[in-house]
Design a binder for this molecule. Structure first.
Ligand SMILES: O=P(O)(O)OC[C@H]1O[C@H](O[C@H]2O[C@H](CO)[C@@H](O)[C@H](O)[C@H]2O)[C@H](O)[C@@H](O)[C@@H]1O
Ligand SMILES: O=c1ccn([C@@H]2O[C@H](COP(=O)(O)OP(=O)(O)O)[C@@H](O)[C@H]2O)c(=O)[nH]1
Length: 736
């Protein structure tokens, strides 16, 4: 406990601000009135703490007590900016709307949500206070990362007052299917609040899908892959909504578990339990989403049926106190404590207790010791955003022992596939899984644990935040070369049955040049592409915004390369010319468009028009920023007035109007279908390549070349690195 926090200046501003309902520390006054701070409960704080300690940012949040104002201060290397809440606000915004309306609703109505208009009013009011506090703490152009369901309105509020900010949002709990979400009387306002962010992160792919469906149903906005197109005046703002599964400081947990004192404590715990053959463990906040009742029921029946006996098996259940003034939580506590009392009364002996029930919150050291002491970890949540306990158990087991029984309804189940997966509603299935886990042979335990540990180590919390923030800001420094994680992704791709390698041309295979006709791919890249084409079941495609003739001219493609020009309007699959028959109305529109753009170019020296089979592109690369913007504005307005049906696409210093529309995403879909690819690599550098990344599916790999916002999973710095990447893939594919 930190007793005397160092004060910081209230006017300090930061380039990175985290906003969450809870601060990493709660105010904790001693009975004698001594002020102090203690670690806050829950996985959100566990995950964000190591990131904030490494970053020079501020953490804006509530200090966990009513009616107290605290000046900003420094705690354990983190700048803390407390936001006050009154007693009424805690009841209406936190216990009410957050934890008695949104929490049950978003967890698939396991408990009935309560809807009160006064709670909603308090939610709006408190969200505004958080938004104001974040705006005060944020420097010009800063990144503000808003956390969780308690603060869904903050992104929009921030965008309205501080359009200079880059705004991210991460939802730590599930996002429900529309049939459930639509119950919420304020369903439109919440979606609108979230869409104020640039990137909205979810735990699971299914959560992001549910959110996108809600956006389409309630607002009718277009979504392409991970991108939601939000209309703003004449423009469209692209919001990325995608999954970023949260994780833990895996290395830190392993180090903790390796400490001799922690191992000694683990031994002591087992001894204290009478050294049973099998120690089973559950660690949860006392919450109805965690499936504690189902776990106790299964354990009790196993004892009743004699499939387990108290001398052989003990269950340790940590149920840390949570939201104790909310009625559903009070009832749950009563029920659980009644059940534990009954089971212990029925089955415990003088020397062996059936269930060791602990209604406390423990520090990390004790958690690690408990994990080491447990042969079987029981995570039986009925719904859970992620469940970090499951990942912590795996990270602690450096001895490659222990079995994780994991509910398929916890977010962690998407990643931890080698656990024993269970449906906790199926009590018979759960009982069988618990017995199988207790009896699993050592070899099988080690095999599963090794695979689980690889996943948790590879995708730790640093990687989670880096992925999110790189997507959000695109500012992360990109190291030259091909990073290890991308190397591993290429190895996975190379092992697929039918591979499609789809590549953008300008800025990806060929460096950008002033004269478009001069763009050329390097000899190295061409050699790798030839090697790829020689490999069995491997197709290569160039996917470009250029007209297909121009693409053919600059890329001088091998006969077997598939071509997609004009963003996929023109396709050439089997050698020869790509043909495109325009309808009469399309030809007429093209003439009218040509007239408008020629006029714009006449009054903007340095601009030029590129002619494409189904459209025209206005290039302004050689103009100053303001002259370029002016020319683009003029073109946009005139075309909108006279040819409102045309599609518009924006690239770097280029505005492209088309009479027939296609995106690089459509091109990828056609190419995938044509080649029957079982996995796709797509590499691109421009904003139009985002449509290509959006069309990727699980198992595919997207690589963004250079800086800029993206929802490609990987990045490389420039075309040299693309050459290296292709060389590696060609080698791997040939060796297959
Ligand atoms: O702040 P409380 O009301 O005391 O609740 C504690 C936290 O519980 C929730 O945690 C979630 O975040 C975890 C990390 O992403 C995730 O693993 C878990 O599945 C979620 O339930 C809640 O979302 C947080 O806001 C709370 O602080
Ligand atoms: O006595 C306890 C119980 C839990 N935890 C921590 O609380 C977090 C729980 O996160 P999880 O994602 O599993 O669930 P949440 O409580 O956030 O819903 C984990 O980091 C646990 O190690 C803890 O430190 N002490």
């Amino acid at each position: 406990m930190n007793q005397q926090p160092d004060q910081t200046h209230p006017d300090d501003v930061y380039s990175m601000v985290i906003v969450s309902n809870r601060l990493p520390v709660d105010y904790d006054e001693q009975p004698d009135g001594t002020p102090g701070w203690k670690t806050s409960p829950g996985g959100l704080v566990t995950a964000l703490e190591p990131i904030m300690r490494a970053a020079d940012g501020a953490w804006v949040g509530w200090a966990g007590v009513a009616d107290r104002e605290f000046a900003p201060f420094e705690n354990d290397g983190i700048s803390i900016v407390p936001v006050p809440l009154s007693e009424d606000e805690i009841q209406e915004y936190y216990e009410g709307f957050s934890n008695d309306t949104l929490w049950p609703l978003y967890h698939d109505v396991i408990a009935p949500p309560t809807y009160h208009r006064e709670w909603w009013d308090a939610y709006v009011r408190v969200n505004r206070r958080f938004a104001e506090a974040a705006a005060r703490a944020a420097d010009e152009g800063a990144t503000v990362w808003v956390q969780d369901y308690q603060l869904q309105l903050v992104p929009k509020m921030l965008r309205e007052t501080r359009p200079d900010l880059v705004i991210g949002f991460f939802n730590h709990i599930p996002f429900p299917a529309y049939g459930i979400y639509s119950q919420l009387p304020w369903r439109r306002q919440v979606i609108e609040g979230l869409l104020g962010a640039d990137v909205i992160g979810f735990q699971r792919q299914a959560d992001a899908g549910n959110f996108q469906r809600a956006v389409r149903r309630l607002y009718g906005y277009t979504t392409r892959g991970a991108v939601v197109e939000v209309p703003e005046g004449d423009d469209v703002r692209r919001v990325i909504a995608r999954h970023f599964p949260i994780s833990i400081d895996a290395e830190g947990f392993e180090q903790l578990a390796r400490r001799p004192d922690v191992q000694a404590r683990a031994k002591e715990i087992r001894e204290g339990l009478g050294n049973p053959k099998t120690v089973m463990l559950g660690v949860d906040r006392l919450d109805y989403t965690k499936g504690i009742r189902h776990r106790l029921k299964a354990f009790g029946e196993l004892l009743r049926d004699g499939r387990l006996s108290v001398s052989d098996a003990s269950l340790v259940q940590v149920a840390s106190p949570s939201r104790e003034r909310v009625e559903t939580y009070r009832q749950l506590r009563d029920e659980i404590e009644l059940t534990v009392g009954r089971l212990n009364g029925d089955y415990s002996t003088i020397s062996h207790q059936a269930i060791a029930y602990l209604h406390h919150g423990y520090p990390r050291e004790e958690m690690a010791a408990l994990y080491l002491a447990a042969d079987v970890m029981l995570v039986t949540a009925l719904r859970d955003g992620m469940n970090l306990v499951a990942k912590e158990y795996v990270a602690s087991r450096f001895d490659e022992d222990g079995v994780l029984v994991l509910s398929e309804f916890a977010g962690a189940a998407d990643e931890l596939r080698q656990s024993v997966l269970v449906n906790p509603h199926d009590i018979e299935g759960l009982k069988d899984a618990m017995v199988a886990a207790a009896e699993m042979p050592r070899k099988e335990r080690a095999r599963r644990m090794r695979a689980l540990r690889r996943r948790v180590r590879d995708y730790d919390v640093a990687r989670w935040s880096a992925d999110f923030l790189e997507t959000l800001t695109g500012n992360a420094t990109i190291r030259p070369g091909v990073r290890d994680d991308l190397g591993r992704a290429l190895a996975r791709l190379a092992a697929t049955e039918r591979l499609l390698v789809a590549l953008d041309f300008d800025g990806t295979l060929a460096p950008h040049v002033d004269v478009p006709d001069d763009a050329r791919a390097s000899d190295g890249a061409k050699r790798s592409i030839e090697r790829l084409l020689e490999a069995k079941d491997t197709a290569v495609a160039y996917v470009s915004g250029r007209a297909i003739d121009s693409l053919r001219h600059v890329s001088d493609p091998h006969d077997d390369v598939l071509l997609a020009g004009s963003h996929g309007v023109e396709l050439q699959f089997a050698g020869g010319e790509g043909a495109l028959d325009l309808h009469e109305t399309e030809i007429a529109d093209l003439h009218a468009l040509s007239k408008i753009l020629d006029e714009v170019v006449d009054s903007a020296p340095g601009a030029w028009v590129e002619r494409k089979p189904a459209g025209l592109a206005l290039h302004t690369r050689k103009l100053s920023t303001s002259a370029g913007e002016k020319a683009q504005r003029a073109a946009r307005t005139k075309v909108k007035q006279e040819l409102p049906e045309l599609t518009l696409r924006e690239g770097k210093n280029v505005l492209e109007f088309a009479v027939r529309s296609s995106t690089k995403g459509d091109a990828i879909a056609r190419l995938r279908q044509h080649t029957g690819a079982t996995a796709v690599l797509y590499v691109g550098d421009d904003v139009t390549d985002e449509d290509g990344f959006a069309a990727l599916e699980p198992g595919d790999v997207g690589v963004k070349v250079g800086q800029g916002r993206t929802f490609a999973r990987y990045r490389v710095r420039g075309t040299d690195d693309v050459d290296r990447l292709l060389e590696m893939l060609a080698e791997l594919r040939a060796a297959r």
